[in-house]
Ligand binder design. Structure first.
Ligand code: HAM
Length: 438
């Protein structure tokens, strides 16, 4: 009886990246990296496993209770696979805080794990560009972070109206929950969660879930709507709102107006952010296409995270941009180019006795920076080798047969144009570089 085969399916909520998927992922990462590096940020990385404690301290209840992949290791340590990068970053910065020249501008593209119900824009493993700046206590850091976030989307040729930056401030939110609604600390988080979901549920679901929590529903619902409909100027008319926080975002809003992106940026008091460590400015960036409801970016300012690890006081601000939501965005707005193999060549092997000439030519080409894949089967007919090269996505193919060797030449075929030219060996490198655009 045949053995029962193991399943080829990957673990729920993860993806296999076949070469064509890697090509897309690398293109996406390279595009973001170029922008981030152009602002002076330097790349870092850290371990995928951390002590559970660093998430317990500040990441928030939902992440720790429901979304963490955690286990006890063989040395009895309680560890977790990173669900986000910010605690690792804070730990690394804290360890060297005294020596690092400020502002500290760092970025990373880690893979993160969260035990979630997979759905559109949400998986259990995703990659997330993290960009953070430490040591700047004024809105200039917020301005840089927001303009950098927008520039990444522009680098993908995103039109200005394809996304919206929505920002708020933790001080405004917490003063509203505490002073204006007088909820009491146990209910604050629950109400904040409902505000956070506002755009993902119907109005009646929104109201009925709030009514379960409010003591004076009529009055409190009116205040909630007044809050949600307020702008940077009118929010101060709501009793109990923290004035300093409002002044901060007013200053941010005034200054961002100098940049071309200001029409895409709006105050939205329903922005909550699920992590406990944010202390100031918070924001998310959304696709304007309603098919993609999940945020593309999420981030904000955190004043005390470094304090978990050291006595240094160092405020940080940054964001995470997820690859799943970004891919959906790029697909929806038709911003993904066709990936071709037009800057490399496929070299045929015309018969096995020509192996050494073929290998030597391939070596020479590679030494000159021309990526060259060779056929390894000289028994295959030329037609078969050409069709394999085509299947692999090559446009250019080199033929080095006995006649060519005799004449010191090589045939270059353009499979897209169905044309060919004979090139003298002495001119091959120059000609190829021209054709391949390298
Ligand atoms: P976050 O809002 O949890 O923030 O994630 C940021 C972005 O990562 C989201 O907007 C989304 O694009 C993506 N993302 C998050 N979870 C998933 C998931 N399960 N599947 C697919 N994509 C996902 C943070 O993680 C903060 N640590 C970001 C930060 C950096 N704040 C300051 N610096």
């Amino acid at each position: 009886m045949a053995d029962k085969k193991l399943s080829t399916a990957n673990y729920k909520g993860t993806r296999d990246f076949y070469p064509e998927d890697m090509q897309f992922r690398n293109w996406m990462f390279e595009t973001m990296k170029k922008v981030v590096i152009s602002y002076g940020y330097r790349e870092y990385d850290g371990p995928i496993l951390e002590s559970l404690d660093i998430y317990k301290a500040k990441s928030g209840q939902e992440i720790v209770d429901k979304q963490l992949y955690d286990f006890i290791d063989k040395g009895e340590r309680h560890v977790a696979i990173r669900p986000e990068m910010t605690p690792t970053l804070a730990r690394m910065v804290a360890a060297r805080a005294r020596d690092l020249p400020r502002p500290i501008r760092w970025f990373s593209i880690p893979n993160l794990w969260r035990y979630e119900a997979p759905g559109h824009g949400r998986l259990r493993e995703h990659w997330q560009l993290n960009v953070d700046i430490f040591g700047v206590n004024s809105v200039t850091a917020e301005i840089e972070i927001i303009s950098l976030a927008c520039d990444i989307l522009f680098a993908f040729n995103a039109p200005k109206d394809s996304f919206r930056v929505k920002f708020s401030h933790r001080g405004i939110l917490s003063s509203f929950l505490r002073n204006t609604l007088s909820l009491g600390s146990e209910k604050e988080e629950a109400v904040a969660k409902i505000l956070d979901k506002k755009n993902k549920i119907t109005q009646s679901e929104f109201e009925s879930s709030l009514l379960e929590l409010l003591q004076n529903p009529n009055e409190q619902l009116t205040l909630i709507y007044q809050y949600l409909n307020s702008d940077v100027d009118t929010v101060l008319q709501i009793p109990g709102i923290n004035e300093e926080s409002v002044r901060y975002i007013q200053e941010f809003y005034d200054k961002i107006k100098i940049l071309e992106i200001s029409e895409s940026v709006e105050f939205d008091p329903s922005i909550i952010r699920g992590f406990d460590y944010y202390t100031g400015f918070i924001f998310e960036i959304f696709d304007t296409n309603k098919e993609n409801k999940r945020s593309l970016y999420g981030g904000g300012r955190y004043d005390n995270l470094i304090g978990l690890f050291s006595n240094e006081e160092l405020s940080g601000i940054g964001f995470g941009l997820g690859d799943v939501t970004l891919e959906n965005f790029l697909k929806t707005h038709k911003l993904i180019p066709e990936f071709k193999r037009e800057s490399s060549v496929y070299l045929t092997l015309m018969n096995n006795s020509l192996l050494s000439d073929t290998l030597l030519l391939a070596r020479e080409l590679r030494k000159e920076g021309i990526d060259t894949e060779i056929s390894l089967d000289g028994n295959q007919k030329l037609g078969k080798q050409i069709s394999l090269a085509e299947k692999k996505g090559y446009r250019y193919l080199l033929v080095l047969g006995e006649d060519e060797i005799k004449n010191n030449s090589v045939v270059l075929k353009d499979l897209k144009e169905s044309s060919q030219i004979i090139i003298l060996k002495s001119q091959l490198i120059n000609e190829l570089k021209k054709v391949l655009g390298i």
